[in-house]
Design a protein around this ligand. Structure first.
Ligand code: FAD
Length: 551
């Protein structure tokens, strides 16, 4: 490398987010340098995908014409195009509630079946994406230390070790928690505004049992197995993830990711080692311990401090901080990667426009920052209320329905028309809308449910924490709120039916629910329904015909 090289954009951090953005830009002839202090393959956390994340990957791929990004958008695609060892199967979100000292009876559980999504074995997947970036012309600089950088009205200068200097017109920070931009520019909020208080211990293990083999009365009449999803063990004060990569026929990867997340106030970090803390936890929860009778860690345990951090600002002239560099809440509901993709979709178009006009004013990026901050606040409320609700199964069972509803609203709002275009074989049309794509469709909201819907739900749960409501009172208020919704077809998904614990969004029942929902959108007299769930009938018909032709 020359001692002084010029690029259009420098991206710091070649994790999944940095490599995705760099690839998209390079695909459109932008000269990109991607700098990482580490070298691939390397461990990374953030392994559970969701249908929302899959959808955003698909949109990103079609909108910017990068088919290799679509390879990350489903379990099948990853197995086929990357490697079966790079992923586990996520056929469902599985939740099992545990009580201290009690054996598991599976009386208090929930399963949410989804279109097969995945668990990413990040060291392989991140390496794949960094290689794709290089294939499109990105200059990847690995194992190199950034000594300093400058951003001024003339451009960006990044100083590397060995006297190397890179210059560019725009700088993106994708370096995660240790974000060097937020440190140098004092962007972090101290203290953070985020309400959630949690910390985590995690590792990779082998010989973790399938939960289905740990109990005698495993509920899999519905065809959903505990081991074929992301398993969440819930307890008063926290939750645990079990994310296997070895849970499908083609896998030759024996690894399972395991982590416990504690409410920081209830279980403050002490001198106890993470490994010992894990053992102490298992001794309290026999219903969890049984799964780990033979399990062995294959890497050192990590024990974090408080997980939450936030930034008062994520952008300025000539720079942008991707979500994981700007803030983080908690692994619950796996918001990390979906937030990154949600931001990269409009950010890439804005950067290209700025470069073409040689105008780096912050205004178009401020809109994006507002979306990013909204995503953090929304995630924070969902997660904080979840930790409060873990005190009682009834409250947790009511609250998780709000997460489900929010996911559905967001997917349909962000994806319905785009997904149908893709399904109808018109994915390439999305590229035309890139420049003026509205952020509105990416913004999380329960818009049609009334301005105060989510706020009301959040306040109800927070009143439990304040001692103003009992968990059962709050649970019953939440169920009434769900049953008061008149913006969705009557009794949609039976979301307000306390007896409906499990739902399979891939099942025939749900497919008929979706047809009911789509015809309800078209026949609704409410203009806000049509506006919110907009889709083109012509695309729907072509998508159905195409699916029928494929058999
Ligand atoms: C405990 C935990 C669990 C999580 N679980 C999930 C989950 O299940 N699902 C999900 O979607 N999200 C999850 N997340 C969030 C997820 O980890 C992030 O959203 C995701 O990794 C973001 O990817 P990224 O590329 O932005 O950052 P990272 O994956 O953190 O990558 C950052 C890159 O920057 C490099 N870097 C760092 N500092 C420098 C520097 N100074 N110079 C050069 N390079 C640098 C690093 O080497 C790394 O390659 C979790 C997060 C935590 C903390």
């Amino acid at each position: 490398m020359n001692c002084n090289e010029q690029f259009d954009v420098i991206v710091i951090g070649s994790g999944l987010a940095g490599s995705l953005l760099a690839t998209v830009l390079a695909r459109h002839n932008i000269r990109v340098a991607l700098i990482d202090k580490n070298v691939h393959p390397r461990f990374a956390i953030g392994e559970a995908m969701t249908p929302d994340t899959d959808l955003m990957m698909t949109i990103l791929s079609h909108q910017y014409s990068v088919p290799e990004i679509n390879h990350l958008s489903s379990f099948k695609n990853i197995c086929h195009n990357i490697s079966p060892s790079a992923c586990g199967l996520k056929r469902s979100f599985n939740f099992i509630y545990h009580r201290s000292g009690e054996k598991q009876t599976l009386q208090e559980t929930n399963k949410v079946g989804v279109h097969p999504s995945s668990h990413l074995f990040r060291q392989e997947v991140d390496q794949y994406m960094a290689n794709v970036a290089v294939k499109y012309g990105v200059k990847l600089l690995e194992k190199i230390k950034i000594l300093d950088f400058n951003i001024n009205s003339e451009g960006v200068q990044v100083y590397l070790e060995a006297g190397k200097k890179l210059t560019a017109n725009y700088l993106v920070d994708a370096s995660g928690y240790n974000s060097i931009l937020s440190r140098k520019l004092n962007l972090r909020e101290v203290p953070t505004r985020l309400k959630t208080q949690s910390r985590s211990i995690f590792t990779h293990m082998v010989d973790v049992k399938r939960y289905d083999d740990c109990i005698t009365n495993s509920k899999n009449k519905d065809g959903l197995f505990w081991y074929q999803g992301t398993l969440h063990h819930i307890f008063d004060g926290g939750w645990m993830w079990v994310i296997p990569f070895n849970n499908h026929e083609q896998s030759n990867n024996p690894v399972c990711s395991v982590g416990i997340n504690f409410n920081n106030h209830r279980f403050p970090k002490t001198e106890t080692s993470a490994e010992q803390e894990f053992k102490n936890f298992l001794s309290q929860y026999p219903g969890v311990a049984i799964q780990f009778e033979n399990a062995k860690p294959i890497r050192d345990w990590v024990s974090t401090g408080r997980l939450q951090y936030s930034s008062h600002s994520c952008t300025g002239e000539r720079f942008y901080l991707l979500p994981h560099a700007a803030g983080f809440i908690d692994a619950l509901y796996s918001f990390g990667l979906v937030n990154s993709c949600t931001i990269i979709i409009p950010l890439a178009a804005r950067i290209m426009k700025a470069l073409s006009r040689n105008d780096y004013s912050t205004e178009p990026f401020m809109e994006l920052e507002n979306l990013q901050q909204k995503l953090f606040d929304y995630n924070d409320n969902l997660v904080n209320c979840s930790y409060i609700s873990f005190a009682s199964y009834n409250l947790w069972d009511a609250w998780r329905r709000f997460w489900l509803l929010g996911s559905f609203m967001r997917q349909t709002k962000a994806g319905l028309s785009k997904e149908l275009k893709i399904a109808a074989g018109k994915g390439e049309e999305l590229a035309k809308f890139r420049d003026d794509d509205s952020l509105d469709s990416l913004t999380p909201s329960y818009e049609g449910l009334g301005d105060e819907f989510f706020q009301k739900a959040t306040t109800t749960v927070e009143q439990v924490e304040a001692g103003l409501l009992s968990p059962d009172e709050a649970a019953s208020l939440l169920m009434s709120l769900l049953n008061s919704i008149d913006f969705l077809p009557n009794n949609f998904w039976k979301i307000g039916d306390v007896h409906r614990k499990d739902i399979d969004t891939e099942s025939a029942f749900i497919n008929s629910e979706h047809s009911r929902f789509m015809s309800w959108v078209k026949t609704s007299k409410k203009p806000e329904v049509k506006k919110y769930f907009d889709y083109d009938m012509e695309d729907l018909v072509s998508a159905i015909q195409l699916a029928a032709a494929k058999g």
